[in-house]
Write a protein that binds this ligand. Structure first.
Ligand code: PLP
Length: 349
């Protein structure tokens, strides 16, 4: 059969996102780590005031209004911020800027599957280094692999664990390539690696408004690093990767740190209760500093539970891959949603 595609496109499987049912289906959606609470009222107010005129022109290619809001919220200079159409876009820009044949992309696994997908689009290879069951960072192997790009999600998905700052510091000091610390879930965690960007020229921290700020549909994320590292990334990103709506609505959400922190506190309290309830049902859990729990059912019938929950209108995430096929990743919902999950599980474990 003839193909129109490059060999690596034919060979790859493509990313499989979590199921996104229509809005009007009465489903409890605990499969893609969305925040169960609405976005900041201040952000919604900005959205409702947008005029047609604000869409007539091209948007600001640097999204400076949003960068200013990030600068104020995180106390870093504005020119240390690069903005993306979701943090996925920033991850993609880093790979496109740095990876090529013999300049590999390295990460410990299991982790965010998109690192692999984005690399497979390029003429570049991935080196996956397995985490053990205890999710200790395999530092020596990561250093030996010496990637052009090394990704560490911290907190990690789907394990929920945080990589200690000292381990990240050791890694940053030893690597000659770029170290990306993906902090998509930092809003639910106790610590951040953000200070490492000031210590090391090769570190970039990425963040998103999709999880902590309840704005997954807006597609807005950003990276923080020194301006020299960012200068190469600015050459690679699309000029207008952030639309005018995302820039203004995202800026309002970023300025409303109190609201974000309030929602995160509710999620963390619900996470603690959900963990207690799941343990009582016999699940094995890993400590989570995210808005989800990795849970291993007592009889290791994870796929069966996933399918039965789906029949009952509850979606959780099942990963059909060797190191995860006996586990479920469950997003923390509202207390009411979590309670419905627990009631459904009573019949299934
Ligand atoms: C959700 C997630 C992201 C990306 O989110 P965007 O919606 O593209 O901003 C990045 N990394 C990890 C580990 C995630 O779970």
């Amino acid at each position: 059969m003839t193909t129109y595609f490059r060999p690596n496109i034919d060979a790859m499987t493509g990313y499989v996102p979590g199921e996104q049912p229509k809005f009007d289906t009465p489903i409890i959606k605990l499969n893609t780590n969305e925040n169960p609470y609405p976005p900041s009222p201040a952000a919604i107010a900005v959205l409702q005031q947008l005029s047609g005129e604000s869409l007539r022109r091209y948007p600001d290619p640097y999204a400076n209004e949003f960068r200013q809001a990030v600068s104020a919220a995180l106390d870093i200079p504005m020119d240390w911020v690069i903005v993306g159409n979701g943090s996925d876009d920033v991850l993609n820009v880093i790979i496109r800027a740095c990876a090529e044949p013999n300049r590999n992309v390295v990460y410990p696994a299991p982790t965010y599957v998109l690192y692999r997908t984005l690399t497979e689009l390029q003429p570049a290879a991935t080196i996956e280094i397995p985490y053990g069951d205890d999710y200790q960072l395999p530092i020596a192997e990561l250093i030996a692999a010496n990637g052009a790009v090394t990704f560490i999600a911290s907190p990690n998905s789907p394990s929920g664990h945080v990589v200690p700052i000292d381990a990240l510091r050791q890694l940053a000091a030893a690597l000659t390539g770029v170290l990306v610390v993906d902090e998509a879930y930092v809003d639910f965690a106790e610590e951040t690696a953000l200070n490492l960007v000031k210590e090391f020229n090769n570190v970039i921290v990425t963040r998103t408004l999709s999880k902590g700020y309840s704005l997954a549909g807006l597609r807005l994320g950003f990276g923080i690093a020194n301006p020299t590292l960012l200068s190469g990334l600015f050459k690679v990103k699309d000029s207008y990767n952030i639309d005018a709506i995302a820039c203004l609505v995202g800026a309002a959400a970023m300025r409303d740190q109190d609201y974000k922190n309030l929602c995160a506190a509710k999620v963390k309290a619900s996470r603690a209760q959900l963990a207690i309830d799941l343990k009582q049902l016999g699940f094995h859990l890993w400590d989570s500093q995210t808005n989800f729990l990795l849970a291993q059912p007592p009889k290791s019938n994870a796929e069966q539970i996933y399918l039965s929950l789906k029949e009952r209108g509850i979606l959780v995430r099942y990963f059909n891959q060797a190191d995860l096929s006996d586990k479920l990743r469950i997003t923390v919902g509202t207390d009411e949603q979590n309670q419905s999950l627990i009631e459904a599980l009573l019949h299934l474990v």
